[in-house]
Structure formats: structure tokens, C-alpha cells
Ligand binder design. Structure first.
Ligand code: 16G
Ligand code: MG
Length: 532
């Protein structure tokens, strides 16, 4: 075990720091992460051994955060987020105060989890474009070498590309191989599905894509080249990956969603389609300038409703009426989107706590589950039963046959492991082309209720305990009653407060029939929260 200790000594834990594996793994200032990444490497290797040598993924990214931050998260064999019960192991390894105690913790995990250390662990990893990435990769490699792990460094990738690779590698010899486990294999799979879906459909012209000056820029370029300009035209902006300080700065999906405006300096024609990715390309939002110059956002809710309506129509047209389709949202979903789904689309909606893993798991309970967070992270998952029905169904007419072929291509177009901005971009483009819609027609499906999100500094955010998918506070006692009393005064009023999982703050969301009212409600609820 001296190999272990020698390696660990090169990655000392900063003193007086407590780390915790949250909704998006570990994320913080990059200069605090060296020991954390090393220890995540140890856990990745254990996880692989525990799962009989399946390949585990590690992504080094801090998504939409500022350039000085970085982060690390693990990807499970089918391309999902790390199983929740292992998050505590990540946290306990990260917090072991000394190298010796780290070794004790590590050996404890081996025995309590029943890990077979004879198995050769396998790990693949990738990173985003941050300057701190290469040094953190070196820390990760040190851990993988110390644990004699077989590993492959995939260099720069979007987060969803790494999820894709992990699933491909682990399903390669199975009955349902997911795809060729290479970056080009990813482009080929998406491109060929997109081209199939566009046969006979006029292309709807160029989409402008803001890549947040992140890894999405070079990857979208490669994807677009593979798809071909004859069917997919995109103009890539904010692609300065060689200037790391520009990452997510005044651009990207998070900027556009929270500021509700164009990235400064963008010049877009009225009614032209624009989209923004975030720093690791797992979020997507669309927007456009209306003819009167007003900015219109088409967020994750609008993408979910678009996808759900298209898939609903397609399954019916294919004759697969028995498949149950559902939509999963969080409390942040605009109330108008929820009523549009239940009333107009007549589909069930489930609400889960914030965080991709919650939405993903709830979506898996439907035959076809569409899940999106309002912030633009989401995808569609097809159950094994649905895939089998789609594969085996014998169409009864040429129209059914055509719809069925499209449905099959859609399964390949959508990255089912995790929300993927590049795959979602192609999905939206396909649907708009099929419906012959511009952004205005899409936007016109329903009108968002005016809403407001505020961040409230509190002395202890852990005092805020929620229930009912974060829509109600259980603690501090009495706060929810005060919020209810306020909400009751506003037409179509709704508001909730929840502790952030990624920042030391409580977030307050409100919506109401009028803009002024939504803002007033948010301010008053924030005042209540700030008292605790
Ligand atoms: C993380 C989540 C994202 C969620 C956000 C909420 C994943 C991969 N990411 O970024 O889904 O919307 O946290 O942040 O699960 P908050 O807890 O600070 O509001
Ligand atoms: Mg992201």
C-alpha cells in the first residue's frame, strides 16, 4: 500500500475544508480541488471493481460556473449519474483528514461494500476547456495509477459525450449496444438519425448557437460537419475556447435564462432562431427577438412541451397508442407549461426535486418519459418495453410505416443517458422543421406566467427543509404558513423557497398573473426567508 500513500501524499487535503458530493458532484474554486479529484479517482476505481469491472466515467467540469471554478463527477455504467447511495462514500473519502486515514477509509469501503480487489478496474474520463483541467487530470491519473486501474483519457469532451461513451463501452457486447464508443461514433449516430428524420422535410434555415466559449463550440462544429450543411445550418458564436476567461462570461444558457436577455453583442435578425449551450453543453435554451424587438425565451419547459407533443403525435401516427408518455418537471417549471401539458397535450406531469438524477429516475417510470428542468437540462428516455414495442410493431399502412421509421430515428437522435445540448439542439431543429414552425409559432403554444427567481443569503441554509418535491417548507416551522398567506393574495400566485444544492443560499421562486405582482411576491417571500 506504499504506492497508495506515496501518491496520496502528492495530493494533500486543504485543512479546515469540508467537501460534499452534491447534485452535480464536487464543485468549487479549482485550486481547492486537487485532493478531491485524486480521491474521486480512488472511488471510481472501487466502483468499477464493485461492479465486476464495468467502466466508470469521470468528468472534470464546472458547467456554467465562472472560469476559476472546476468540478468533478462520476458516471455510472449505463451513463447515468453516480448511484445516490455512493455519494456519501465520495464525501467521506474527500474529507479524510490525513493520508493514513484516507487509506483506512478506502480499506473500510473495500470491506463494507464487499469489493473484489482482484478485478481490474476500468475508468474513462474527459474534461471541459478550463485552464485548471490538465492539472486536475494529472491528479486523477495519479489515483488511477496507484490503484492499477485501466484508464483512457478522452481529452476534451462535453459532459454528455462522456456519458454516451460510458454507456457504449458497457453495452458493446450486450443485446442493446448503445453505439460505437468513440467521439466520431457519437457524431455518426446523431447525424445519421437526424438525416433520416429530415428526408423529404424542407430545412428551416440557419440557427445561431452561442456556445458559452466552452467545449460545446468545437464539438458542435464537428457534429455539424458530420451532419452536413445541406440539412443542418448553424452559425456558431461565442466559440473562443482559447481564451479561458471568457467561458460562460456574459453568454451561455445560464446567462440567457437568468438574465432573460441576449448575450451582449449578439446581433440577431428579428424572428431568427438562436440557442445557447452552457459550459459543458448539457443545457440548452432557445430564444428570439420578436418583430417588436422584445426578447422571447424558449426555455427547458418549452423544449419539453415541444418534444412531448411531437413524440405523442408520432407514436399515435405509428399506431403505438398504448405507450404511455409522461413529462417530468421540477417546481421551477412555469405554471403555464404544466397546464399546457395536462390540458392541451393531455399528458401526465410528475414533479420531482431539482437535480437531474431525480428527474431522470421519475422519467424512467413512463414508457416514454420526457424530462426537462426549466434551465434547459433534459432529455427523453424510452423504457426497454417501449423500445421493444417500437422494434417489433408491424405497421398497418404506409403512413404508420413512415411514422415508425421516424420514431426509430428519434430514439437514436436523443441521448438517453443524460440531457445533452447538442442532441437536444438537433431534436428541436427536427421538430420545428416537421411542424414548419418558426420560433414565434413555437412560443405561441402557451404564454409563460411572469415569474421571478431571487437568491437570499441566510445564516444556515440547511435549516430550510422541504417536502412535496421542494414545493413546501417543513422547517423552519411556521414559514410555509406565512408564504401561503401571501400567495393567496395574488391572482395565479405561486411561490416556494428551497435551499440551493450548489451555493450557500436559499432560492425563492414566484409567479403570478402580472409581472409586477410576481416581482412583489418574490420580494415579500424573500423578506420572510431572510429573517431566518
Ligand atoms: C445542479 C444540477 C441541476 C440543477 C442545479 C440547481 C445536475 C447534473 N445538475 O447544477 O440539474 O438545476 O444544480 O442548482 O443535477 P441549485 O440547487 O443551486 O438551485
Ligand atoms: Mg452543465
Amino acid at each position: 500500500m506504499s504506492l497508495f500513500l506515496e501518491a496520496s501524499q502528492r495530493h494533500p487535503k486543504p485543512e479546515n475544508r469540508k467537501f460534499s458530493y452534491g447534485t452535480a458532484g464536487f464543485r468549487m474554486k479549482a485550486d481547492l480541488l486537487d485532493s478531491v479529484v485524486f480521491r474521486v479517482g480512488l472511488l471510481a476505481s472501487l466502483r468499477s471493481q464493485k461492479l465486476q469491472g464495468k467502466t466508470i466515467g469521470v468528468v472534470i467540469t464546472a458547467s456554467h460556473n465562472v472560469p476559476e471554478d472546476n468540478g468533478v463527477k462520476l458516471v455510472d455504467p449505463m451513463g447515468e449519474m453516480l448511484e445516490a447511495s455512493w455519494e456519501v462514500h465520495a464525501t467521506s473519502l474527500a474529507n479524510a483528514p490525513s493520508d493514513e486515514q484516507l487509506l483506512v477509509e478506502y480499506e473500510n469501503l473495500i470491506s463494507t461494500l464487499g469489493v473484489n480487489t482482484e478485478i481490474t478496474p476500468k475508468v474513462v474520463f474527459a474534461r471541459d476547456t478550463r485552464e485548471s483541467g490538465p492539472a486536475l487530470v494529472a491528479a486523477l491519473q495519479d489515483a488511477l495509477a496507484a490503484t492499477k486501474t485501466d484508464f483512457v483519457d478522452h481529452g476534451l469532451l462535453t459532459t454528455p459525450q462522456l456519458h454516451y461513451l460510458v454507456r457504449c463501452i458497457n453495452t458493446i457486447d450486450s443485446e442493446q449496444p448503445y453505439g460505437e464508443p468513440t467521439e466520431q461514433g457519437y457524431y455518426n449516430k446523431l447525424a445519421s438519425a437526424y438525416r433520416k428524420l429530415m428526408v423529404g422535410i424542407p430545412s428551416n434555415g440557419e440557427v445561431t448557437v452561442d456556445c458559452a466559449n466552452g467545449v460545446g463550440a468545437p464539438k458542435l462544429r464537428l457534429l455539424a460537419e458530420t451532419v452536413g450543411r445541406d440539412v443542418f445550418q448553424c452559425s456558431i458564436v461565442n466559440d473562443s475556447v482559447d481564451q479561458p476567461s471568457k467561458l460562460n462570461h456574459q453568454c451561455g444558457a445560464d446567462f440567457v435564462k437568468t438574465q432573460q436577455r441576449l448575450p451582449p453583442g449578439s446581433h440577431v435578425a428579428s424572428l431568427a432562431r438562436c440557442a445557447s449551450l452552457d459550459g459543458d453543453a448539457d443545457r440548452l435554451v432557445y430564444y428570439f427577438n420578436d418583430s417588436d424587438g422584445t426578447f422571447r425565451l424558449l426555455d427547458g419547459d418549452k423544449i419539453a412541451t415541444l418534444a412531448a407533443s411531437f413524440i405523442g403525435d408520432l407514436t399515435k401516427a405509428a399506431g403505438l397508442r398504448s405507450l404511455n408518455i409522461g413529462v417530468v418537471q421540477t417546481a421551477y417549471a412555469n405554471g403555464s407549461s404544466t397546464s399546457y401539458i395536462t390540458k392541451t397535450l393531455a399528458l401526465p406531469v410528475v414533479c420531482t426535486p431539482t437535480g437531474v438524477k431525480h428527474l431522470h429516475h421519475a422519467a424512467l417510470k413512463f414508457d416514454i418519459g420526457v424530462y426537462f428542468e426549466a434551465n434547459g437540462h433534459g432529455t427523453v428516455v424510452f423504457s426497454n418495453g417501449a423500445l421493444q414495442d417500437i422494434a417489433e410493431y408491424v405497421p398497418e399502412s404506409p403512413a404508420q410505416a413512415a411514422a415508425l421509421e421516424n420514431l426509430k430515428a428519434l430514439v437514436d437522435l436523443i441521448n438517453q443517458t443524460v440531457g445533452d445540448a447538442l442532441s437536444d439542439l438537433l431534436l428541436v431543429e427536427v421538430i420545428l422543421a416537421h411542424k414548419r414552425w418558426g420560433p414565434k409559432e413555437w412560443d405561441g403554444t402557451y404564454t409563460d406566467l411572469p415569474n421571478r427567481l431571487v437568491r437570499v443569503e441566510v445564516s444556515d441554509r440547511t435549516a430550510f427543509m422541504t417536502t412535496d418535491a421542494e414545493r413546501r417548507l417543513m422547517e423552519p416551522v411556521g414559514v410555509q404558513e406565512k408564504i401561503d398567506a401571501l400567495v393567496g393574495k395574488y391572482k395565479q400566485g405561486r411561490s416556494f423557497a428551497r435551499a440551493s444544492g450548489t451555493e450557500d443560499a436559499v432560492r425563492v421562486y414566484s409567479e403570478a398573473a402580472e409581472r409586477g405582482e410576481a416581482e412583489e411576491l418574490a420580494r415579500l417571500v424573500a423578506e420572510i426567508v431572510a429573517q431566518y
